[in-house]
Design a binder for this molecule. Sequence first.
Ligand code: ADP
Length: 206
Amino acid sequence: MTFVVGLTGGIGSGKSAAAEHFARLGAAVVDTDAIAHALTGPGGAAIAAVRAQFGDAMIRADGAMDRAKMRALVFADPQAKKRLEALLHPMIRAEAERRIAAARDAPYVVLVVPLLVESGHYRERVERVLVVDCPESLQVARVVARSGLAPADVEAIIRNQATRAARLAAADDVIDNSGDLAALHKQVEELHARYLALARRSSGDL
Ligand code: ADP
């Protein structure tokens, strides 16, 4: 059985930056956000179902789901959000399992799940929960710099996610990403050494 670390954190906390460094060190990274993008991108496996449930207006000319339009809809309509999740989440989980199975030669897998604490499903799937943490003011500043969203929009997204305290309470391990990228990388390297040891122990290969 592959040892799986669930990596989570709020928007802009540094999940992708951390995952990139784990990948550089040799871990396999399976990113549920990337899976969701692929499923809802042009020709994606979820497009037919999204069209059937939400209508042609939600599909762009290039065959991708109109993410901006869908985001606006699910923000305004909790029922639509439930329907979209009921459609996408099982497909995302199935694809994540396929990718984890395909990574059987890697020493361990980092499964990136932005909403791990919120969704519950992944909690029991992973051997450890790793939370990337930083103050909300830094999340806002980083996302504004990355995306050009207004600070108020980022704050609204943060309010829709688990609180920092709830996330930390679910964590086995925490990366403090309030420093620079070098400080983030150093913590990832320390955790990588721990996960290699834990993965070896869990496979009985001592
Ligand atoms: P997430 O995947 O959690 O949304 P990202 O890893 O994409 O967050 O980080 C958000 C933005 O902040 C990115 O542009 C990233 O390059 C930048 N960033 C992340 N960590 C740091 C850091 N420690 N110092 C400076 N910039 C950072």
